[in-house]
Design a protein around this ligand. Sequence first.
Ligand SMILES: Cc1ncc(COP(=O)(O)O)c(C=O)c1O
Length: 407
Amino acid sequence: MTSIAVAQGASVFSNPRAAAPEVPYGAQRSMILDGAGFDGAEAAIRAWPGYAPSPLRTLPALADALGLATLYYKDEGGRFGLGSFKALGGAYAVYRLIARGIAARQGGALPPPAEILAGRYRSEVADMTVTCATDGNHGRSVAWGAQLFGCRCVIYIHATVSEGRREAIARYGAEVVRVPGNYDDSVRHAAAEAARHGWTVVSDTTYEGYRDIPIDVMHGYGVMAREIVRQIPEPPTHVIVQAGVGALAASVCAAFWLAWGPARPRFVVVEPVNAACLYQSGLAGHPVAVHGDLDTVMAGLACGEVSPVAWEILDAGASAFATVGDEFALEAMRRFARPLAADHPIVAGETGASGLALLLATQAHEPIRELLALERDSRVLLIGSEGDTDPVIYRQVVGLDAAEVRR
Ligand SMILES: Cc1ncc(COP(=O)(O)O)c(C=O)c1O
């Protein structure tokens, strides 16, 4: 049975198709993301220059204020200097694409990242062009990966992507092209341009006939999930993951399912009220597109169409789908920046703060707490998917810049 609970600024429903905890990952669906794929991503990404696990913070005072036992925050703000977990996905897919191309030409196994980084295949890699559509962070990762491994890169952004986010992509040497419409329009534009010029699309979302590259992206994200599994003393009771197209959520869901089996946490997917495609798909029981300008301050989540592959995993793996209003995301950023008591100050961008936004919006709402089974002894994990990826917007919202928050 589907139960829905609505508070001011938030809405939650429990997924009637959620698999029971003891149902193994892959029992109902094909194992789209698998252990070997996560292993391969870990082996490659740990070899990149500057790799370090991102911190997993605990926030005892905030947990107490929210009526929870423990609050964990996986802080992706420092990931490879790119400001978000996305550094793991797009760049890994660029590496795999290049490595597959080399292996196909010369036969044998994929060359390891170190060989490509050392310039062994420089001229053939320089002939390749990768492209994608982005609302900021994915494009930054693809551009960085292209620069790191030495191929050309063209990135498409839609009408409302901020100038700061545009510049951050261009900094990695990519050509950045702004196109009219929303994120989903820019996805179609990138696909059409790639077909016209013979480029390769490195998308974080799957579509009809296009799955392998986004699956690489999702295996790349799994590095973050596996770090959490090693860092956390015991599995949390709940994890709240923000979703745009759902690739991050699906990756974390699959990785936790594989790692923890029946001890896996309740999995809550959160989206902005205006871009709630997973929420709507969850209600309908199949992928449903959300239209309009998808306007939200949570820029990374402004997506109207779920990734079908992500949907296959989340349809069974998500315990609940939720929406949250922008005002709570802004409030969450401020709360992270000015912590209670001895809690660690945290720099979280609008999208990175969306898990706390949901907790703030629902903390005093008993029906929602009940629906999510949130109790005094709950251990809740939030995915801090980005830091101040747009420092100008961050300062406007929080009244401090990142360096002042960390001081
Ligand atoms: C910082 C951040 N968090 C979360 C997401 C959501 O990821 P997905 O689109 O895979 O659901 C994005 C997407 O761009 C993002 O930039």
